[in-house]
Design a binder for this molecule. Structure first.
Ligand code: ZN
Length: 322
């Protein structure tokens, strides 16, 4: 099979690999569509904390079952599946608390094991979620980025009728905003880039007087965090959703403000299996719409061109087909 492989940071190659065989508790999926996100750009260009090489990247995958491991029951060939990209142990304290993404044994598809930038991918049965019949593969593949947004919104304890400020009008910012609307909240996106602003109906800058119950930073820029922390209401929650460059991650923060206004700063990274189920349910119900977010559809083998679209912020969402 053809696959994209990252062997060293800074580049990737298109190679011919044997079709992997599913082991116990695994299935083989024929990849229908895989989503490209900024994390893939980061993995290839500068590496990632969780990346083990050589690796086939790709953590947003929808495919159909084409082979089933020896002891697997209840699944059949041809079923369309979304793959929750993580596998966790299931019995440690974070797992039992519903935060499988914090499991010390967490293994992520596209990071620790091979992902969907290939014609076929092996997936553990515990990671599969059946795609509802009324969703296309292109819609269902949004379950991964949407899951990460749902995790962030959950950690923010966002309530209906609250105001939420979202820094960054890229795909994550747009999904955060639509998920917030689905929860009955009122989002405002702040995005300096004019093209992105047109699509996401964002403000160029945060109004001086604006205060939000929840601020989520979905852009890897310190300036965004600097602003977000200043625009929290009393009892407001700031979500650290986007990571920052290794040389610019420390922010002098007014802890007296947090003290007197009883504010909270909370981190959010990835998602758990149950967020995948919730994301697919929201997509299937039409509560979060994504069709208009697909700006480019390309063959997987044009990954170089696709990465340039992401790097230059020309695209909203790029979908790739092996
Ligand atoms: Zn665990």
């Amino acid at each position: 099979m053809k696959a994209i492989v990252v062997e060293k940071i800074g580049s990737f190659t298109i190679v011919d690999l044997p079709i992997p065989q599913p082991g116990p508790a695994e299935v083989l999926l024929k990849v229908e569509v895989t989503g490209l996100c900024r994390t893939d750009l980061k993995i290839i260009e500068v590496g990632h904390r969780d990346l083990v090489m050589p690796r086939v990247p790709g953590e947003e995958v929808v495919g159909t079952i084409c082979a089933i491991g020896p002891d697997v029951e209840g699944l059949s060939e041809g079923q369309r599946m979304y793959v929750y990209p993580g596998t966790s142990c299931g019995h440690c304290p974070p797992c039992l608390a519903g935060a499988g993404n914090l499991c010390k044994g967490m293994r992520i598809m596209g990071f620790h094991r091979d992902g969907g930038f290939a014609e076929y991918v092996v997936a553990p049965v515990q990671s599969l979620i059946a795609v509802p019949a009324n969703l296309t593969p292109d819609q269902a593949v949004f379950a991964e980025p949407l899951s990460c947004c749902l995790n962030a919104i959950e950690l923010a304890r966002l309530q209906a009728n609250e105001a939420i400020g979202i820094w960054g009008g890229g795909p994550a910012g747009i999904l955060l905003s639509r998920a917030a609307v689905a929860k009955g909240a009122t989002p405002t996106i702040i995005e300096p880039d004019r093209r992105r602003r047109e699509f996401s109906h964002a403000l160029a800058e945060v109004p001086a007087e604006a205060r939000y119950d929840v601020c989520i930073v979905a852009v890897g820029a310190m300036e965004a965090y600097r602003q977000a922390v200043r625009h929290l209401k009393p009892r407001g929650r700031l979500v650290v959703f986007s990571g920052l460059p290794k040389d610019d991650f420390a922010l002098p923060c007014d802890f007296n403000q947090l003290h007197y206004l009883e504010q909270t700063i909370v981190g959010a990274y990835g998602c758990s299996y149950r967020h995948g189920e919730e994301a697919l349910a929201l997509l299937a119900a039409g509560s979060v719409r994504v069709d208009d977010m697909v700006s480019h559809r390309l063959p997987l083998w044009e990954l170089k061109e696709a990465l340039a679209l992401v790097a230059n912020k020309i695209s909203i969402k790029v979908l790739l087909y092996p």
